[in-house]
Ligand binder design. Sequence first.
Ligand code: ACM
Length: 636
Amino acid sequence: MNKALSIFIGVLISTSAFAQSDPNLGIIPAPVSITRANGNFILDKSTVLINQSIDGAKSADLLNAFIVNKAGFALRESKVPQPSQKSILLTSTGSDKLPAEGYTIKVTTNQITIVGKGAGLFYGVESAMQMMPDKIADKITIPAVTIEDYPRFSYRGAMLDVCRHYFPLSFIKKYIDHLAYYKINTFHWHLTDDQGWRLEIKKYPKLTTVGSSRNGSIIGNYPGNGNYLTPVKGFYTQDEAKEIVKYAAERFVTVIPEIELPGHASAAIAAYPELSCFPDRDTFVSDKTPWAGSRKGKQVQQTWGVFDDIFVPSENTFTMLNNILDEVIAIFPSKYIHIGGDEAPKTYWKESPFCQALMKEKGLKDEHELQSYFIQTIEKHVNAKGRSIIGWDEILEGGLAPNATVMSWRGEAGGIAAAQQNHDVIMTPGSMGLYIDHKQSNSPDEPVTIGGFAPYQKIYAYDPIPKVLTADQRKYIKGVQANMWTEYIKTPEKAENHAFPRLLALSEIAWSPVERKDLKNFSEERLPKHLARLDQMNINYWVPTPIGQSDKALSGGDFTIDLKVPVKGSKIYYSLDGSRPSENAFLYTSPVKVTVPPGEKRLLRTIVIAPSGKRSVTTETLLNNSAPEDKTTTKK
Ligand code: ACM
């Protein structure tokens, strides 16, 4: 077993997820179909693990390591079926009939058969692990069942911005482990931006010697109330990036690199000012921006937002970008190379005599067409290398490059327009909860975020296929992605807090058929067990607030507070006296009746404390029997 895989296995702690009452057997994302049969398979020390799949050795290792963790013993492995022997069989026989990435699991009293190949077999093994209950007296009892499963979308993605803050390689790997566990098959790595260039490019070393480092960052929400005055730096060498590509591939995750152009280019321009329309002009820094060090010359940005200094569409720029992309293409074998394309202000292009002359020469009627010319020039180069571009939805403006895939982030409109033009689309609208840098509750306990409101339920409610599309156009929607921008996410721990449980909701909308969506089952049956697993793994997930508690005021006199824990094994504490709840408050054990006399109010405040000691934010519900102005609130 290789080292990387053993690290992955090391984090495979049981979800203990199986429950008879749960029609999804604890599996996230919910499988396409689960058919129960009579009887059980009893897994014990006599069970043999047989791998007959051509590429299933790693999946077999994964399963056996999981069983060691769960049951305390390893299964004997064999290549040959042994009649009458209780066995778990991994096979690719029959997998040709399955949809891409699909698998089946059939559990009878004598055998568990997992059919699939490559990603399919890997996903089958993951589902099998998720459905296994805890052992009782050295035996794991697995119900007879047939599972058929395959993804709704071929592209299931998560983007991580490593520019606003740098994240170490160890965290990137851990993140990929979790993506793989939830059948999210694409890691979109946002590698370049105004605040840092994070990938070694051998031909242009200043991109990292200069561009990967900034002198400071603003404190607090934009425009900031000071500057930390501490440098933020870091980049990935090409060897490290290749290591990530390999690590991800072993888990059937594709890494898509993003090299931003023509905007979000301050770090590259700080390294090579000739990439700007105005190489001699200082980077514009507003007087309101708290800044570390000199404001003179070209600067790697220390604040957030959109900046006017973008790439000049000169021959020199195209030569440099093509050379950069050649190195990127050599590192990343993905079909797609993401070229950004978002938020490129046209101010400098309007002012630049060179750009205006170029537009005239090329017959471009405005700067949007110049942007389209820019993107199409890059696309030609990328296509000539056998790859395709993805761009943010601004690449629609001024005319879409012929083979481009559009990532729709400013709502769904860009995705809809692209699909109507027969272009592939990835849906990632910020307004629908897919921006996981947004806050997860309205509690004042939430950390500083960029704003917005995106609880996991909002992601869960989202259907990536817009209703306005015709049946023919719908096939261009290739998938869905969640984006984690990291202006306000400085540490791996905070990144984990933003990612979980939202990535689990993403997993289900990306994989499961829309008719299998069931928020109640997800939130109340499966999520608590998966979060208990993350809790055991010491992941800094966001602890949900109690199931059943409203954060809206309720009016009336008699209330029954009926709550459930959102993490298996967690405890809810509550107060009614206005104090901040902790272990010193009341422990919730069963429904609580609260009577509020006429003319009075009570404030219910709760906190959830998980087995690890991790805490939820405080949630408040005003129980109001007084104010006529509150009559509009929901009556319980
Ligand atoms: C984006 O959020 N600017 C793609």
